[in-house]
Design a protein around this ligand. Structure first.
Ligand code: B1M
Length: 232
């Protein structure tokens, strides 16, 4: 063992989280997996591990990617490390045993291959008792429409991370209108470049800033839908 090798289990919580930000930055998958397990063993809530160690680390990666300090291959490694950490957390976040409260079809729009945020939303929705059908990335409008009909879903979730792909959400919503099916579904949209105004402008029911907001918004809309049905 090299003399300066860091033993993750010997770090206190704060040092470990900072080290995990560094390890995520360096795309060190195994170290991220180990860090996640250590924090869970120390009694951390899965959601805290997710937000404080992984999402916060990815924010630093994002800033350096924007500033031209990191490039696509490095960011891909970071994303893979993040996904490995998320895979450990997924069953724990979904472990609430809550009765199914609704069904969501979710996917990243055509032209866009970013899927970490979408996966996170899916995981959190499952954790809150929703059934989630994940269409993956780069989805053309036909794929959304076909899945909504096939799955008899309540909610459509769309994700876009690029300013060049976010307008595609409107293509999907407009097609739903043309087919007379827009009112049958709750449409929620999200992704870093979006905002509330954009969500309204394209005719979505709501823009969701993050995964926690997506869950709360979905729950609110589902309870309104149930109340409406009960009222006849
Ligand atoms: Co890309 N990329 N990327 N990238 N990438 C961004 C988005 C960028 C902001 C980086 C930057 O310049 N700072 C920039 C976009 C600029 C713009 O459009 N204004 C960018 C670019 C330019 C590109 C390429 C064009 C680079 C290139 O090739 N030259 C290229 C495009 C490829 C394509 O899609 N066609 C590209 C490629 C990649 C990688 C493949 C290397 C990798 C993706 C790997 C993967 O996803 N499997 C990648 C990554 C990792 C990023 C950053 C660094 C991180 C994104 C992320 O995962 N964040 C990103 C910088 C950034 O966002 N700060 C960047 C963590 C995630 C948890 O957050 O996705 O925002 P986020 O999701 C949040 C919320 O937004 C919300 O909830 C989530 C959880 O809280 N949310 C939803 C998201 N979707 C939702 C759906 C909902 C509800 C809420 O439905 C109901």
């Amino acid at each position: 063992m090299a003399e300066d090798e860091i033993i993750l289990s010997e770090l206190d919580d704060e040092e470990l989280v900072l080290q995990m930000h560094d390890d995520l930055y360096d795309g060190l998958k195994e170290e991220i997996e180990e860090g996640v397990r250590i924090l869970l063993d120390r009694g951390w809530a899965p959601y805290d591990v997710l937000t404080k160690a992984l999402v916060a680390g990815m924010t630093i990666v994002g800033a350096d990617f924007r500033d031209g300090i990191l490039f696509v291959p490095e960011v891909l490694l970071a994303a893979n490390a993040m996904k490995a950490g998320m895979a450990i957390l997924k069953p724990l976040l979904a472990e609430t045993g809550a009765p199914k409260v609704g069904k969501m079809v979710i996917g990243t729009v055509k032209g866009d291959i970013h899927d970490i945020g979408k996966n996170l939303v899916g995981m959190m929705m499952e954790g809150a008792g929703f059934e989630v059908v994940d269409l993956g990335i780069n989805n053309p409008v036909e794929k959304y429409i076909e899945a909504l009909e096939r799955e008899d879903a309540d909610i459509l979730g769309m994700s876009a991370l690029l300013t060049t792909t976010m307008p595609y959400m409107k293509v999907v919503i407009d097609t739903m209108k043309e087919k007379g099916m827009r009112e049958d579904f709750i449409v929620l949209v999200g992704g870093a470049p979006l905002n509330e105004e954009f969500g309204k402008a394209i005719g979505a029911d709501a823009y969701c800033r993050d995964a926690a907001v997506a869950v709360q918004t979905a729950k609110d809309f589902m309870s309104r839908k149930h109340n409406k049905l009960a009222a006849g």
